[in-house]
Every structure is written in structure tokens, then in C-alpha cells.
Design a protein around this ligand. Sequence first.
Ligand code: SF4
Length: 253
Amino acid sequence: MGNEARRRAYLDALGITAWQRREANAESAREGETAPAQPMATPPPQAPTSPGTQPSDPSPSSQPEVAGLDWSALTEQVAHCQRCRLHETRTQGVFGVGNPEADWLFIGEAPGAEEDRRGEPFVGRAGQLLDAMLHAAGQSRDSVYIANIIKSRPPKNRDPKPEEIAACLPYLRRQIQLIQPRLVMLVGRVSAQTLLDSTAPLGRLRGQVHRLPGFGIPAVVTYHPAYLLRSPLEKRKVWADLRLARKTLEEGM
Ligand code: SF4
């Protein structure tokens, strides 16, 4: 299967069947069939933070335990981490996967059962859908980096607790420092609200370019693939989010 045919197959998986490169035919009727471009907002207004529900101090300097650690030392520390009680029930820590020098960093919520078993984020059906999203955007698991805000699986896939997020976030922040991505994709409500220090619903956080507090890196919010499996009609919105992210990267915002 050629590259274009493969891209179309991935777009089919996203429910987007008629996309073609803008430069190929800017006036094409197909362009009108894609999800509408989202308005850019720079910087966007932040919803008020609810005290006590979000981890405090998002600055990279608030990570004394991991400051200065290189990639392999950081990986090792996550593998043996007992900073919160999730280590008691996990199979293994799920550090992340992909290119440690990637331009795009995808950040989800926490490992599920399959991720806990395999030690890799976004696997199983949701992972396959994320792969389709990546390929539709001209990327792959090897060209981007994929991580979660929580490295150990919460029991029964419940939302991570604020104290667990607070304990684990220094690892992600150090990963961001080391990767130095040009754009961060915040995948799902928990990731978006945590890293934007917001309580706004995901639908209000989408469709604009945020700046990651403490880093200043452009950040775009989108739905979690697990949610898309339950709500396939939202796939077009994800495609719009990916287009916004790619446009942001191309314009070097
Ligand atoms: S979730 Fe994070 S802080 Fe908690 S044990 Fe796992 S790696 Fe450590």
C-alpha cells in the first residue's frame, strides 16, 4: 500500500474520508468536506483553578527529586518509584514511548490494564485509534513522543487522585524539559485540566492554542481515543484538533 493509500486508510479509521493536502488543490471541494478549521486564540483565557483540586506550582523548578536527571536515570527512577500508593497495585511503571527528541509530545491520563501489562502507553483499541490519528496527521509512534501524566495504573481505571498527580507530575515535567517539544497535544480531560491548571470542561479547552504553564510551549487539547471509541461522532473534532496542531507547528507559534 502506498503512502497516500495508507493515509486514506487511517483517515477512514477516523471517519474522515475525503481529505487531501491543501497544497495539492487549495480550491478543492474536498477541503470543504473536512472538519472546519478552529479559531486560534493566543493566549487563551484560563478558567479559574479550584484550590485543592489541582497540583500546585507548575514550574519546572518545582521538581527537586528529578532535577538534573538524564533520560535513563529518570526511566530508572520511575521503574522503582514508590512516591504514591499506586505502586502497590501496578504491574510496572509506564514511562512513555517514541522519539525523545520529538517535535510533538502527546500526553494522556494514566495507564489502563493493557498498558500496565505491556509497559507502553496507548495500546489496545484506544492505542490503535491514536495510531490512526497520528498517521492521519503524517506522524507515527516513532516520530512523536507519547506519555501520561501518571505513570502507574490507577485501580479499576479510576481517575487519578490529586495527590497521585502531584506525586507523579515531576517525572512528566522532567520529560518535557528533556524532550523540548515544539507542541504538546493534551489528550483527554484529565490531562488537559491538570496541565492547563483549569477546571473548564474539555469542550471549552479545545479549539485554541494554549501555552503550557511553566514552559510556554504551545498546547492543543483533544479528546481521548477511549472516549472516541464510545462517541465515534466526535472523531471529526479530533481531526480539526490535529489540523490546528499541525498548523501551529508549521507557523512556529
Ligand atoms: S504513579 Fe507516579 S508517583 Fe505514583 S508510584 Fe507510579 S511513578 Fe511513582
